[in-house]
Design a protein around this ligand. Structure first.
Ligand SMILES: [Zn+2]
Length: 315
């Protein structure tokens, strides 16, 4: 009995030593572990990540399915609504549980323009919250988030209708130029399509209003080829020949076809109004009261034709 207990004790000690060793392996940076670095690469799979190599099975990577794309499918733009220092403080604090991949300050400091990269592209940043775009819900796992320092509107305007809020303009030409360069690199790297470069307000209408009606969507398109924008000629065609006739059902189905989360009930309810307003802030920034008109829907039709495969109706 006594020797058995002694053997059990030895066994427990040995087991826990093994466990500690396993944990060390899991935590360690493989580059600093010579025993892992010296593992000969498999001849059939030279690019197998080291953590997948096993003595018990062989990983076959000779079949590479073409049915794949980057997980970074969307690019979501935000304004911070608070100054740079406070944004950094919150992004570095677990208490706030918010972050973004990139943060663009208002201007250069000491003649250097710093762009903060707070979360690596392949990790989730917590910037979208409850959100939807083009069939995808809760976009943190599938998006890159960029926060741009801009205060939005004064706190006292919180309950004022959107069009009466005193929106702060974006700080500098340099801020937008730097933003454009960051966006281009991301879009090229992950092949993000134009209609998936969107604002927080597009993916959470009524809940979020950033990057706001003063965000220069049109300028980014015209000067940098970034994002989606309608062709004037196509808008003219729809405005002239197929003007919207107050049909709420068709308005809702067009907004949904472009990407918005909007009910399909034929009723001009708050959710519909919020989606119209989000669309207008992005594509019709002179009017974002959420009330659809012929111009709003002509622009929406033009975008559907250009980016979502809508067939032009015959005259
Ligand atoms: Zn936001």
């Amino acid at each position: 009995m006594k020797s058995n207990r002694y053997l059990s004790f030895i066994f427990i000690i040995l087991s826990s030593l093994t466990l500690v060793a396993c944990n060390d392996d899991d935590k360690s940076d493989n580059t600093s572990n010579p025993s892992i670095n010296n593992t000969p690469p498999s001849s059939t799979a030279p690019n197998v990540p080291e953590y997948i190599i096993s003595e018990n099975y062989q990983l076959d990577q000779t079949y590479l399915s073409p049915n794949q794309d980057a997980r970074q499918m969307m690019l979501v733009l935000h304004y911070t609504a608070i100054p740079l220092e406070e944004t950094l403080r919150r992004f570095m604090s677990e208490e706030y549980a918010v972050s973004s991949h990139y943060l663009i300050p208002e201007q250069a400091q000491n003649s250097k323009f710093i762009v903060y990269n707070l979360v690596p592209d392949d990790k989730r940043a917590w910037h979208s919250g409850t959100s939807y775009w083009q069939g995808n819900r809760n976009l943190n796992p599938s998006s890159i988030g960029i926060e741009i320092v801009n205060l939005g509107f004064p706190e006292t305007d919180e309950l004022v209708p959107l069009m009466q809020r005193r929106w702060y303009p974006y700080a500098s030409k340099q801020q937008i130029e730097v933003l454009a360069e960051v966006i281009k690199k991301i879009v090229n790297k992950y092949q993000i399509t134009p209609s998936r470069i969107i604002g927080h307000s597009d993916i959470a209408p009524g809940r979020k209003f950033d990057p706001g009606p003063l965000f220069p969507w049109e300028q980014l398109y015209r000067e940098h080829g970034i994002g989606a924008w309608y062709d004037d000629e196509t808008v003219n065609f729809y405005r002239l020949y197929f003007p919207w006739k107050d049909d709420v059902q068709s308005l809702q189905s067009k907004l949904a076809a472009y990407g918005y989360d909007v009910p399909q009930n034929g009723i001009y309810d708050d959710d519909t109004k919020n989606a119209v307003s989000a669309f207008q802030m992005h594509f019709y920034p002179k009017k974002y009261d959420g009330i659809a008109d012929v111009e709003t829907i002509a622009r929406l039709d033009a975008l559907l034709e250009k980016y979502r495969g809508q067939q032009r109706p015959t005259l």
